[in-house]
Design a protein around this ligand. Structure first.
Ligand SMILES: [Zn+2]
Length: 372
């Protein structure tokens, strides 16, 4: 077997490539706060014989409180690197710090493995060209390059409004600071594409545009995305930490100065199972913060983690915007390992579509708050 690691989000080290077994491990970036738990690679049967039981082993996975775990107990596989599904339990075996995936693998075929739904850098180049096409009737989307990363990859903001809009307030939605928190990236992309396609026509989300212009920054840390880093940029600066003086952060802060957002939604993601399903939380300064209180009362499951997520003085973007512009700030953490459908059916491991549905649930609740 041969292992192929995508250059633009792979972050996987190859330890061994044998005839029927390959061994990899997450790539460790010293700047990242957490032990690495991200991996994303393709195992190819490059021989001319079918393998009845190919084995792909992921080693050096962290356990317990060392990495919030167990993120890696619910990984995904794919035959083509595009359509992903949870690995069936009969196809995987867990060690203390290892995951072994077993599958028949025909000659010339591939098996992709990833910790969760990967959104590599190339995905964002495609998103940019998709959004450049005309938006739905009555919606205007203007793209702006707000700055560049350490390695001079562009950071784009998309300003969304009604074509003859008179909205005077701003809502800012950012994602991808922590580059493998894919459910947060899915959140921002779902909002951007939803406006672009007209999916929100007739809903509170569209009505919100009468009062608010919406600015979406779908990828705030493009180098981190390219490298597959946990939460740092190319220089190892942890994004949105109090010490974050990165060019990526400078781009966001100048955007904040320009649009003076009344509301800021910073889309992160996680996969913990602490508390009760769906194990999510929303960062706030206090439980009385109006937006947090509204979400807690109106968005089932949004505050179900085992411990409250309080902002304190831990986050550079939020601690900049709030005192200057009175910005109401939240940081969301959609869970990519747990979803409770609104129809009351039991909690399940979300598909990518479920995560998009959850993102709309969040954004619709935020819109209704804004329209109060
Ligand atoms: Zn995060």
């Amino acid at each position: 077997m041969k292992i192929h690691v995508p250059a633009d989000h792979g972050a996987t080290d190859i330890l061994h490539e044998g005839e029927e077994i390959a061994v990899v491990c997450p790539h460790r970036y010293p700047g990242d706060t957490y032990n690495s738990l991200w991996f994303y690679c393709e195992a190819r049967n490059d021989t001319d014989r079918d393998l009845p039981c190919a084995q792909i082993v992921i080693e050096r996975l962290a356990t317990g409180t060392d990495s919030y775990e167990p993120f890696w107990k619910h990984c995904l596989w794919s035959a083509d690197g595009k359509a992903w599904e949870r690995i069936p339990s009969e196809a995987q075996r867990f060690g203390t710090t290892t995951l072994m995936v077993e599958s028949p693998l025909a000659a010339g075929r591939s098996l992709w493995i990833a910790e969760t739904y990967p959104l590599p850098y190339a995905h964002y180049e495609k998103l940019r060209s998709d959004i450049a096409a005309p938006a739905a009737l009555g919606i205007t989307i203007r793209s702006e390059r707000i700055g560049g990363s350490v390695l001079d990859r562009p950071i784009y903001a998309y300003h969304i409004g009604k074509s003859e809009g008179k909205a005077s307030r701003s809502l800012l939605l950012v994602a991808g600071q922590h580059a493998v928190e894919e459910s947060g990236k899915i959140f921002a992309e779902t909002v951007l594409k939803g406006f672009h396609s007209g999916q929100f026509a007739g809903t509170a989300i569209e009505t919100m545009l009468d009062v608010y212009n919406v600015t979406v920054v779908p990828l705030c840390n493009p180098d981190g995305c390219y490298d597959g880093r946990m939460n740092s940029n190319a220089q190892g600066v942890v994004m949105d930490s109090p010490e974050d003086d990165s060019p990526e952060m400078a781009a966001l802060l100048s955007l904040v100065d320009a649009i003076k957002p009344a509301v800021s939604v910073n889309c992160h993601g996680w996969a913990n199972e602490w508390g009760s399903p769906p194990y999510e939380d929303v960062y706030r300064w206090t439980d009385e913060d109006p937006l947090f209180a509204y979400l807690k009362a109106n968005l089932p499951g949004c505050s179900t983690s085992g411990a409250p997520h309080l902002m304190g003085d831990h986050f550079r973007l939020e601690c900049y915007a709030h005192p200057r512009y009175g910005t109401e700030c939240i940081i969301t953490e959609i869970n990519w390992n747990c979803y409770i459908p609104p129809d009351g059916s039991p909690a399940r491991r979300p598909s990518c579509a479920d995560i998009r549905t959850r993102a709309v649930e969040y954004f619709e609740a935020i819109a209704k708050y804004c329209l109060q």
